[in-house]
Ligand binder design. Structure first.
Ligand code: 13P
Length: 237
């Protein structure tokens, strides 16, 4: 399974280094062979060798150039980073990235063979409009995306569930994932208020291939526990 931590605008470079080292030790001591990804803030990116894979939360579709405030492929290359998150709801809804811009970014990093975690998910008003409009809204977020890209992972994160403590029910997650799985053979993660208290139940769902965790992942011991849950489920199956 794939267990991913999106650290967002949290943890300094020093704190991130401690975090990744503690996580790496835990994975090794506990023989955890799951795919574990950590997405630090841009200024906390660092080279890391081991089980933990470091990814970028964002980068511009360029190697370098005049794009004030952005980082590019050169900055990721410096640390051997080959994994990127694209289409996170905070980038879509807070930072105003359009589908067109996301597609451009997707294609740029796809050409370079990056592992891409591409996020989709509906806001609350769309959710409240009913299941069909919700699936239509999410389908639009697949527009222009090569859903057969071999290094693609998709994360379904309902916007209203992110950082709110609210989640769809397990049945709702399963139903939505089943429908989204028809759109792409890529592994499908669930994200949105995943905590130590619900992670195991979510991971046990048939159509869930992993989780993308925000706030709860800031506590390294919580994130380690979730990695352990995934390992136990896999050992059992
Ligand atoms: O946005 C998320 C991960 O990308 C989820 O955030 P929370 O786990 O804080 O809801």
């Amino acid at each position: 399974m794939i267990i991913a931590a999106n650290l967002k605008t949290n943890l300094t470079r020093k704190q991130t280094l401690e975090y990744v080292n503690e996580l790496e030790d835990f994975l090794n001591k506990n023989n955890i062979s799951q795919e574990v990804l950590v997405f630090p803030a841009a200024s906390s990116l660092n080279a890391h060798s081991g089980k933990v894979i470091i990814g970028a939360q964002n980068a511009y579709a360029t190697a370098n150039g005049a794009y004030t405030g952005e980082i590019g492929q050169d900055h990721l290359d410096e640390f051997g980073i080959k994994t990127i998150l694209i289409g996170h709801s905070e980038r879509r809804h807070i930072l105003g990235e359009s589908q067109e811009e996301l597609v451009k970014k997707f294609n740029y990093y796809k050409e370079l063979g990056y592992k891409i975690i591409y996020c989709v998910g509906e806001p609350l008003d769309v959710r409240e409009a009913g299941y069909e409009p919700m699936i239509e809204y999410i389908s639009d977020q697949y527009e222009g995306i090569d859903t057969n890209y071999e290094n693609l992972i998709i994360a379904y994160e309902p916007v209203w569930a992110i950082g709110t403590g609210l989640t769809p029910t397990l049945e709702e997650i399963e139903a939505t994932h089943k429908d989204l799985k028809k759109k792409s053979p890529a592994p499908l993660l669930y994200g949105g208020s995943v905590k130590v208290t619900n992670a195991n139940d979510v991971l046990e769902l048939q159509s869930v291939d992993g989780i993308l965790v925000g706030s709860a992942a800031l506590y390294v011991e919580h994130f380690c526990t979730m990695c352990e849950y995934a390992q136990k489920i896999e050992n059992k199956n």
